[in-house]
Design a binder for this molecule. Sequence first.
Ligand SMILES: Nc1ncnc2c1ncn2[C@@H]1O[C@H](COP(=O)(O)OP(=O)(O)OP(=O)(O)O)[C@@H](O)[C@H]1O
Ligand SMILES: [Mg+2]
Length: 288
Amino acid sequence: MTEIVECTGLYHIYKTGTLEVVALQGLDLKVAEAEMVAVVGRSGSGKTTLMNILAALETPSAGQARVAGIDIVALSARARLEYHRRVVGYVWQNARASLVAELTAAENIQLPLLGTGLARGERLSRTDSLLAMLKMGDRADLRPASLSAGEQQRLAVAVALANLPRLLLADEPTAELDRAAAGRLLQDLARLREELGITVLLVTHDPLVERNVDRVVRIRDGRTSTETRWSGSADEAVANELVIMDRAGRIQIPGVHLEALRLKDRVRIRRQGDRLVISRHDDEEEPE
Ligand SMILES: Nc1ncnc2c1ncn2[C@@H]1O[C@H](COP(=O)(O)OP(=O)(O)OP(=O)(O)O)[C@@H](O)[C@H]1O
Ligand SMILES: [Mg+2]
């Protein structure tokens, strides 16, 4: 499997006046080509910071980040422009605000295509096919204000995909959508991934999104803490977790297991050959 995103030991410190905020502290992340991955974590855990770094809008304070083989930490101004244009598409947190209110849906998609050397005919056909993929062909001539919230969000996706990037970043794409619109957007993203072969990395708080991606990466205190790979159907997903252990041997047991096994306070850890079994402390008392 080829990796399209490879981050190692990313640090990011925001400096505002005399204040320093450490947003990322040693984050590692790998995403394979054509994978659909959700990044989750509580507010302030560094998710948007990570997206901004991958979009080459912020330069990390330390660490390595490569996207599609390109070292995005050391981009020249010209290479950065090229990177924005060809490699990455970004659907911002609150993406609907990034649409140009005076332009129609079709014109919003054409905007990032201007100045790319693409002939007018190609720009129009690209726009048509993106609108068609999002089943918004009949919305081409409407302005954002005349579109539903879900359609506005799908239009923001089309704008981000206008230059056919290899990596689509989307920050909380379903946050302001009702459940039906959120489900629709997820289906569209999955289909776009199939049809365009793009990789999708999204930030979310939405359990619906978590259940509909290949993998969930959890960020805690500026670094990745657990990963969930879903196997089987989305609804009866069986989670196979990879958890990071710190140097003192502490691990965080994912919440799904805590709930399912009602683990609380004291838990029992038993060694069975080369594995450890964690269970409730009242689970089959064994002689000490
Ligand atoms: N431009 C900035 N200047 C200073 N501090 C910032 C800036 N942007 C983010 N931070 C701080 O960095 C930390 C990580 O912020 P970030 O926006 O990446 O979190 P997030 O996980 O996206 O949160 P949310 O879920 O609320 O969107 C937070 O403590 C935040 O206050
Ligand atoms: Mg954020």
